[in-house]
Design a protein around this ligand. Structure first.
Ligand SMILES: [Zn+2]
Length: 381
């Protein structure tokens, strides 16, 4: 992505970031008008997986490019290397020179970055058997090693921060004795950002872990079974580590699927026969139907976040889209944003920052303010 592209990006998100400063999106402090749906999602849980290599933060957009970490500032749109040494030439690390002097240089081995509470976290894979986490304040100099962990990781699929912890997928290597090849099992690991200690919060599995959500003491895990590929969900009490099946994956038997956490004891679901979307208690009873389904239309997917729900409908048994919608929990209104989804390439919604997340065909990520998208959709009607 070049400088021009960044300038465009900055112009696009200017309005977004005004709302970032106020952190207006999420939590129990929202002003709720009469009859509106009260959202009670944890304010301190954030999702990083949506932004991947470009991360929105209070400080700006954080991006790894050409082996160096960049910050694109909010007010000026200035693209700067995240290194505060005026004499540094900002030379990236290479395999021959792995220890670059530049504090913005990413590590030679596989590095991924996440942002949380004013700091960037570098996940660095040293080999297949261990990785490290470094922390770097966006307004400071240098980075510090905060954890060294004896297993691999995957933060692309799912990672989330909560209070002083980060949760993500640990890849546990084991040897297949018949073939002498290395295989991986996965577990969810909780790393304490303050002292670098860790513990596993679920049993090792060969399932594909697709999504994790945390609300209070409950960690929800959406997964595809290694044996049958069926998608199901479990919940873990992170105090007792007791794990129970939340939604089974019997091919014809289950009436509904897990979508996302709502609170410790309830979750968003969609009905596989009714096509409703709503909230169910963990015992399976319906607490609230948010959106009634219609015959012949399925939910393609749904993305609830804080104060709103972004969802797609498809024709039954096909992936053909019918339309894309946003339900504003504060007003209860459903707004058709199909045109805006197509125009901007919207793929998700993050209510914490009040933004729609979009990318183009080349996966250049862009964030659009909720206000802009909904204004355009409403004006067009
Ligand atoms: Zn430098």
């Amino acid at each position: 992505m070049n400088r021009t592209r960044y300038t465009e990006l900055i112009i696009m998100i200017m309005s977004v970031l005004l709302s970032v400063a106020t952190f207006s999106g999420c939590g129990k402090d929202n002003e709720v008008t009469d009859g509106a749906f009260v959202i009670e999602e944890d304010t301190n849980v954030r999702y990083a997986e949506k932004f991947q290599s470009e991360v929105l933060s209070e400080a700006g957009i954080i991006s790894d490019e050409d082996g160096l970490l960049h910050l694109i500032t909010i007010d000026e749109g200035e693209d700067m290397v995240l290194c505060y040494d005026p004499n540094c030439k900002h030379i990236p690390a290479t395999r021959n020179r792995p220890d670059s002097e530049c504090m913005a240089a990413l590590f030679v081995e596989r590095t991924q970055t996440l942002y949380y509470e004013g700091a960037i976290y570098f996940f660095v894979q040293d080999g297949i058997f261990d990785h490290k986490i470094y922390k770097m304040e966006t307004d400071g100099a240098g980075r510090e090693l905060i954890a060294k962990l004896p297993f691999g990781y995957n933060i692309t699929q799912c990672a989330l921060f909560s209070e002083d912890k980060v949760y993500y997928i640990a890849k546990i290597p084991y040897e297949n004795e018949l073939t002498s090849t290395i295989r991986f099992g996965v577990r969810i690991v909780e790393v304490n950002l303050l002292d670098g200690s860790y513990r596993f919060v679920c049993e090792e599995t060969k399932d594909l872990i697709m999504q994790i959500n945390l609300s209070g003491k409950t960690l929800y895990i959406r997964r595809a079974g290694a044996e049958d590929g069926g998608i199901y969900a479990t919940r873990v009490n992170i105090d007792t580590l007791e794990e129970t099946i939340l939604v089974t994956a019997e091919v014809n038997g289950n009436e509904y699927a897990y979508v996302d956490a709502y609170d410790e004891d309830s979750f968003y679901y969609y009905g596989k026969q009714t096509y409703d979307i709503g909230i169910r208690n963990v015992d399976g009873t319906v607490e609230k139907v948010l959106i009634k389904g219609s015959v012949g239309e399925d939910f393609g997917w749904a993305d609830p976040s804080c104060d709103g729900l972004f969802y797609n409908r498809t024709y039954d048994y096909e992936d053909e889209p019918v339309g894309s919608y946003f339900m504003d929990f504060l007003t209860g209104k459903v707004i058709n944003i199909t045109d805006e989804k197509v125009k901007y390439g919207i793929v998700g919604y993050d209510g914490y920052y009040d933004v729609f997340v979009a990318h183009d065909d080349e996966y250049n990520w862009t964030l659009w303010s909720k206000a802009k998208i909904l204004d355009e959709a409403t004006t067009a009607d």
